[in-house]
Write a protein that binds this ligand. Structure first.
Ligand code: NAD
Length: 489
């Protein structure tokens, strides 16, 4: 494929320079219309090694720079993100397909994540205590060295920012491996970091697929790996990175349950549930996937249908990522229909505003009377689809939530504080919403699920990530020549 004629050039970015496109290439299609907009290099372990060497070479000077000086670069970088908001959002829109509004929100969130990183000097002071006369112990947080971040297709700009600003601000140097489906934003992120004054080699991008992920897990000089993607791959990466003695935090898939009680506020609940299931075409790990209705909730479902019908593919609802994703999702819908579920709103083969030919569009889909034995009730669908399961009471609804193997988010919609509290206490998920459909904790709170939605001890953002990206240095000093020598000496 002649890469020069393509709209975007996707390259590796090593030691502050765009790399040559010598590698095998994979075409990158825009989900908006199926057109080929770029091609991504499928790098090899040799390319990774060059990036690791660059990151190793940059580490001593970068980690020795006082954190307040490092923060000046990230203040500048935040400004560049906002100054280039339009262009960055357009890249996300084209490579991922989400609407321009959703793409702007992604860039704005990246700026918020960078703001948090700029506040790290206020959060990571060490500790000091005189433990006996003239003898002091101090604890400081030190970076790990070269770290890696592996990202999924659904947030090409925001998910890399879950890790880049915090890991670098804390003194590490990094290799980013973006999703091969959406590699374009990463090149621009690297360029803007350089423009902000980041020294060469502190941040590097190595494109590729499984081969590079495996090489990252195995590389002896990489100290920590953060991964965001499906549960299947999160498990593989966690086991493989841990086997080569790295620190790892691996975020996986989700099947978020929303428990809706009959007393829930009608308009607010319906609009929140529909926004949660359909935002980013349902391709969010925080999306509402399964609604558990307790008792008489038909009035809420009727209102959800009104809200969902306002979503027009091509206007305020983007496509799913690929033809394969479209076929997988519609496969789940067909199977559920055959198994006796009732399709209240069918998004298959929608009319697309603007008539975008060959885009991977799917309209909002609401499926009622789903039962727990159906595949659609158990697996992650990852499209603008919500299934509804009926439960006889709140205990039964919580049991259903608890039985699902994932645990990213869970939410409850009710006007009863007591019922909400039951769900807050008993839902088995890392992020809980009360009357909110997408309960993402904003900085300084950290993001991370439970169960099959996350492997590893720390969360990936916020205060918890400080623990992940640093190690403690404990120093004992003795400035008391007159002091007695004893068992502690
Ligand atoms: P994915 O697991 O297919 O890919 C993620 C990364 O892993 C990519 O960079 C890819 O190149 C690499 N990869 C793919 N297969 C691999 C293999 N066999 N071995 C090694 N590496 C491999 O995920 P995706 O389809 O890009 O993203 C969607 C998934 O990510 C969904 O399951 C979604 O729930 C999840 N996700 C989770 C969170 C969270 O915070 N928990 C956030 C965003 C997305």
């Amino acid at each position: 494929m002649p890469t020069t004629t393509l709209k975007y050039r996707t390259v590796n970015y090593i030691a502050g320079k765009p790399g040559a496109n010598g590698q095998k290439q994979l075409e990158v299609r825009s989900p908006l219309d199926g057109s080929i907009i770029s091609s991504v290099p499928l790098s090899t372990a040799k390319d990774l090694d060059a990036a690791v060497k660059a990151a190793e070479a940059a580490f001593p000077a970068w980690s020795a720079m006082p954190i307040k000086e490092r923060s000046q670069i990230f203040f500048k970088y935040r400004e560049l993100l906002l100054n280039n908001r339009e262009e960055l959002a357009r890249l996300v829109h084209e490579e991922n397909g989400k609407t321009m509004d959703e793409s702007y929100a992604e860039v704005d969130k990246s700026a918020e994540l960078t703001e948090f990183a700029c506040s790290l000097p206020q959060l990571i002071q060490g500790e000091l205590l005189e433990v006996s006369k003239g003898v002091e112990c101090r604890i400081e947080r030190k970076p790990l060295g070269v770290v890696a971040s592996i990202s999924p297709f659904n947030f090409p700009n925001m998910v890399p920012h879950w890790t880049i600003p915090n890991a670098l601000m804390l003194g590490n140097t990094m290799i980013l491996k973006p999703s091969e489906l959406v590699p374009i934003s990463a090149v621009r992120i690297a360029e803007l970091l350089k423009e902000a004054g980041l020294p060469d080699g502190v941040f590097n991008v190595v494109n590729g697929d499984r081969e590079i992920v495996e090489a990252i897990c195995d590389h002896p000089a990489i100290k920590a790996v953060s991964f965001v993607g499906s549960t299947k791959v999160a498990k593989i990466v966690y086991v493989r990175a841990s086997a080569s003695l790295k620190r790892a935090v691996c975020l996986g898939g989700a099947k978020n349950h929303l428990i809706v009680l009959p007393d829930a506020h009608l308009e607010m609940t319906a609009s929140n549930v529909v926004a949660s299931m359909s935002g980013c075409a349902g391709q969010r790990c925080m999306a509402a996937a399964q609604m558990v209705g307790v008792g008489g909730i038909d009035h809420i479902i009727d209102r959800m249908l009104v809200e969902a019908k306002k979503l027009i593919p091509g206007k305020n609802l983007g496509p799913v990522i690929s033809k394969a994703a479209y076929e997988r999702i519609t496969g789940y819908i067909e199977e559920a229909e055959k198994a006796g579920a009732k399709i209240l709103l069918d998004g298959r083969n929608p009319t697309v505003e603007g008539g975008a030919k060959d885009g991977y569009y799917l309209g909002p889909t609401i499926i009622d009377h789903v039962t727990l034995d159906m595949r659609i009730a158990k697996e992650e669908v990852f499209g603008p689809v919500i299934t509804i399961i009926r439960a006889k009471d709140l205990d039964a609804a919580i049991d259903i939530e608890n039985a699902n193997p994932y645990g990213n988010a869970a939410a409850v919609f009710t006007q009863s504080g007591g019922q909400a509290r039951q769900v807050m206490e008993r839902a088995s998920a890392g992020m809980i919403g009360v009357n909110i459909g997408v309960p993402v904790p904003r900085e300084p709170f950290s993001f991370g699920g439970w169960n099959d939605s996350k492997f590893g001890t720390c969360d990936i953002t916020g205060k918890s990530s400080i623990e992940f990206w640093t190690q403690l240095k404990k120093t004992t000093t003795k400035w008391n020549p007159e002091g007695k020598v004893n068992w502690m000496s």
